[in-house]
Design a protein around this ligand. Structure first.
Ligand code: CAO
Length: 439
């Protein structure tokens, strides 16, 4: 039996692309067309199949290496006939490609919608006679195959790979979760089986009058997935408070008058972003994330704040980086640019990643309070409602003060109720006298 080099075949426009997964180990017995590695460019990911059958003798690559056509992948002890180890398969003859993610609603963990070449192939699903539709899952063909073999619904699996790609480990973790909750992997979340609750009824509303069926936008669907996941996984508590922004508002109006010619408009939100960062510094647990196992807190020393933006297609959350280092004017400019980009669908995935804490401001619209859902892996989110004049007792009399309603939702696994109240009290103090932001 001969030992042969297995090289990267013709992979079209892919050049100097990164290996994101090594799918084989030394000693593995490989059949022709079994995938060896996964590579990923900006546009898509692709699995490189083995052109020969045999046993892997040596791995010549590792995750993170960059390869092109002709790069050496493995040394293989070939069994049976020994065809040329590196035929140049054209697209569709062995190379399986998955489009890379597009900008989506909830940034850090956004899964990706990509049609699967294996879609609808009718592989059996354990415990279910129906096919699983993976058309919305961002995963490589081998992971899709693995999920089908286990009967796992990839649509429900959160990807931890780059750009939210679902890895084999994610599928295993999902199966463990579902089994520990007494569920069945192949059943949809809507069926309620993973939570042990009754499924949602399928109702024909036309029996009561005229109806119209309007498909949800891609952003709506993705946001729905994330919100549902976060709502189910995170024990939420919402702390309400209010800040006296009478003086802040006077200062803001003055700034706007001074800058009227330049057209720059400053809204209360940028001051709130600054106050939030001061809060994150004073209470670092709010600037952390739980690791995937829920055993460690990852504390961050950077201060990136996500701001929910309402667009015609749904909610997106661009992230403003290093808010601690930016001035009110810079943040105002950036807020204007990012909101415009969001509404013009020009946000890139990177614009929505790396957030530490999110703000959802409905202040320009109305309402008194609401309970925002934590944008995992962050551990807290601040909801802001519309400020209004209220009679506030100043010790001697009721004085008219402009009060800003704050609704802080937090992950109770990470943050205690006392810290939740401390955080909003601190925010109210900062916003009540913004000179304190300088101290
Ligand atoms: N109280 C009173 N007025 C407020 C206010 C508040 N808390 N916040 C903003 N305003 C005022 C602004 O000063 C502005 O008034 P003028 O036009 O008179 O100056 C007006 O409301 C409109 O502000 P805005 O909404 O355009 O700007 P913003 O900086 O406050 O917010 C953005 C920007 C992008 C966050 C906002 O446009 C938006 O999309 N909000 C919706 C977010 C959302 O949907 N969250 C829900 C997520 S959960 O489903």
């Amino acid at each position: 039996m001969a030992i042969q080099e297995v090289l990267v075949p013709d992979i079209g426009s892919f050049k100097d692309v990164e290996i994101i997964e090594v799918l084989v180990n030394v000693g593995d017995t490989i059949a022709v067309e079994d995938s060896l590695i996964t590579i990923e460019s900006d546009k898509s990911s692709m699995e490189i199949p083995s052109p020969v059958a045999g046993v892997i003798k040596e791995l010549k690559v590792k995750v993170g290496d960059r390869i092109s056509e002709g790069s050496l992948v493995v040394m293989m002890e070939v069994v049976g006939e020994t065809p040329h180890p590196n035929p140049s398969p054209s697209r569709g003859e062995g190379l399986e490609e998955v489009p890379a993610p597009q900008p989506v609603a909830a940034p850090p963990v956004a899964p990706v919608l990509s049609p699967s070449p294996l879609e609808g192939e009718g592989l059996g699903v354990r415990g279910s006679s129906s096919k699983l539709d993976f058309s919305k899952a961002y995963a490589t063909p081998s992971v899709r195959k693995f999920a089908r073999e286990l009967g796992a619904d990839l649509n429900k699996v959160t990807g931890s790979g780059r750009k939210g790609r679902i890895t084999q480990e994610d599928v295993k973790a999902y199966i463990k979760d579902v089994m520990s909750m007494g569920g069945v992997p192949g059943k949809s979340a809507n069926s309620g089986n993973t939570l042990g609750v009754a499924p949602m009824p399928d109702i024909d509303f036309s029996q009561w009058g005229a109806i119209e069926t309007v498909p949800l936008s891609r952003i709506n669907k993705l946001t729905g997935e994330f919100l549902h996941r976060n709502w189910v996984h995170i024990p939420h508590v919402t702390q309400f408070d209010q800040a006296d922004i009478t003086d802040l508002e006077a200062f803001r109006k003055q700034l706007n008058e001074e800058n009227a010619k330049s057209g720059m408009k400053i809204t209360p939100l940028v001051f709130i972003m600054k106050a939030v960062v001061a809060g994150l510094k004073a209470y670092p647990r709010f600037n952390s994330s739980l690791d995937a196992k829920g055993e460690n807190l990852i504390r961050k020393s950077y201060y990136n704040v996500g701001v929910a933006v309402d667009t015609p297609d749904g909610l997106v959350v661009p992230v403003f980086r290093d808010v601690d280092k930016k001035s009110i004017m810079q943040l105002s400019e950036e807020l204007k640019e990012m909101s415009a980009k969001a509404r013009d669908k020009k946000l890139k995935p990177a614009d929505m990643q790396g957030g530490c804490f999110s703000i959802s401001s409905l202040g320009g619209i109305g309402g008194t309070k609401f309970t925002p859902i934590v944008n995992a892996p962050e551990v807290a989110i601040l909801g802001v409602s519309k400020s209004d004049i209220q009679p506030i007792w100043n010790g001697k009399e009721f004085a008219p003060r402009l009060m800003l309603p704050l609704s802080l939702s937090y992950d109770h696994r990470v943050i205690d109720g006392a810290d939740g109240a401390r955080f909003t009290t601190y925010l109210a103090k900062m916003l009540g006298d913004i000179r304190r932001l300088l101290v």
